[in-house]
Design a protein around this ligand. Sequence first.
Ligand SMILES: Cc1cc2nc3c(=O)[nH]c(=O)nc-3n(C[C@H](O)[C@H](O)[C@H](O)COP(=O)(O)O)c2cc1C
Length: 155
Amino acid sequence: MSSFQIIVGSMLGGTEYVAEACEEQLILLEHQVNLHLKPDFTSILNDTFAQNTTKKSVWLICTSTHGAGDFPDNIQAFVSDLKNCEQDLSSINFMIIAIGDSSYDTFCKAGKELNILLKTKGYSELSGIRTLDMSEDIDPEELAQQWLNQIKDRL
Ligand SMILES: Cc1cc2nc3c(=O)[nH]c(=O)nc-3n(C[C@H](O)[C@H](O)[C@H](O)COP(=O)(O)O)c2cc1C
């Protein structure tokens, strides 16, 4: 059993539904889950290290992309704090669900940028980024749950 922090970047709310579906699935898989709809870097770190240290710590970041490849407003401060953080966070594992629309050249750019940033910072990638294309994927919540199920042995 791992301890998950689900970190959500969303402007219009769609990504929140995906994150909630992930929360539901992870609880079914018997993990411990905290959902952060208004991500605050310090509280997420506190929640991460407050858990029993024998549990694997995982950050699942679910973020859409807005503007011209920008992060949603609600996750911008988190990303900036992450960039500025000098603490060794290599014990934290991460995985990303990036939500976007493939009609944009900057398809899922926010999630892809975060993926690179976390790797650069020394976090361990549990699974390659999962992109969801809102112009094609009819049931993103179901797809996100299926993905978690497919990689459940790594969680
Ligand atoms: C103004 C606007 C700009 C967008 N820009 C991008 C973009 O650059 N890249 C991308 O992949 N998707 C882009 N999208 C698509 C959104 O990421 C997609 O609609 C997503 O489902 C929104 O998630 P949310 O409801 O959680 O905010 C944009 C959508 C809007 C409305």
